[in-house]
Ligand binder design. Structure first.
Ligand code: AP5
Ligand code: ZN
Length: 214
């Protein structure tokens, strides 16, 4: 199963990816996590991406397309994958389809901007795994520590309110047009498309996804 998770920053893509990975045994391909790993490793890509990400802007289409094409060709993606944060522009979507990478299902997570701004203030992440928590809605068993490794949780560099607002405006400008793009493909029978109300609690959304995809 090849799934695209579409939605604004903070809409819950990474959170539901954790559930879908476990339930369907397919890997999560988070382009944001890949870029953060490159920054941490100090690679040329990471050095280039850091400023762009901290400003809440998008890394260039060419770089992202190359990165994802390489990743989906790896053996663990044979039986499917979850694209989390890609495609994010029409050219990224076009490139994927031109490369013959078909998609079974697109899930759009709908959450109003003001809910997102509030949520992001409470997000904590485990950099090593990409696991995501929220201090109120999805807290770890031990405050400030990852459930599986016990390592420290951190606040993402781009979660400052001003940066979140910038990311939201870029989402509406450059990524939201993909909703119409995939709805049209769905009308042509080329993929399935589901709009998910992302304002409900984490478990309610997971159980809806389980039923939809089950
Ligand atoms: P990326 O890492 O992809 O960030 P994003 O899309 O902005 O999304 P987030 O990770 O912020 O949110 P999410 O939807 O995963 O929400 P989460 O589950 O964590 O990208 C970062 C940057 O990398 C970009 O800005 C760009 O610069 C660059 N980049 C990446 N991909 C790119 C591409 N393809 N092209 C160009 N540039 C690219 O949840 C958020 C919080 O809410 C958490 O605290 C969580 O616990 C909580 N929460 C989740 N669900 C619920 C719920 N139902 N109720 C209450 N709280 C909830
Ligand atoms: Zn995420």
């Amino acid at each position: 199963m090849r799934i695209i998770l579409l939605g604004a920053p903070g809409a819950g893509k990474g959170t539901q990816a954790q559930f879908l990975m476990k339930t369907f045994g397919i890997p999560q391909i988070s382009t944001g996590d890949m870029l953060r790993a490159a920054i941490k490793a100090g690679t040329p890509l990471g050095q280039q991406a850091k400023q762009v990400m901290d400003a809440g802007k998008l890394v260039s289409d060419d770089i992202m397309i190359g990165l994802v094409k390489e990743r989906v060709a790896e053996p663990d993606c044979q039986n499917g994958f979850l694209l989390d944060g890609f495609p994010r522009t029409i050219p990224q979507a076009d490139a994927m389809h031109e490369a013959g990478i078909s998609i079974d299902c697109v899930l759009e997570f709908a959450v109003p901007d003001e809910v997102i701004v509030k949520r992001m203030a409470g997000r904590r992440v485990h950099p090593g795994s990409g696991r995501v928590y929220h201090i109120d809605h999805n807290p770890p068993a031990t405050e400030g520590k990852d459930d599986e490794t016990g390592e420290d949780l951190v606040i993402r560099d781009d979660d400052k309110e001003a940066t979140v607002r910038k990311r939201l405006s870029i989402y509406h400008e450059q990524t939201e047009p993909l909703v119409a793009y995939y709805r049209k493909l769905a009308e042509q029978g080329k993929t399935a498309f589901h709009r998910i109300d992302g304002t409900r609690d984490v478990e309610t959304i997971s159980s809806e996804l389980g039923k939809l995809l089950g």
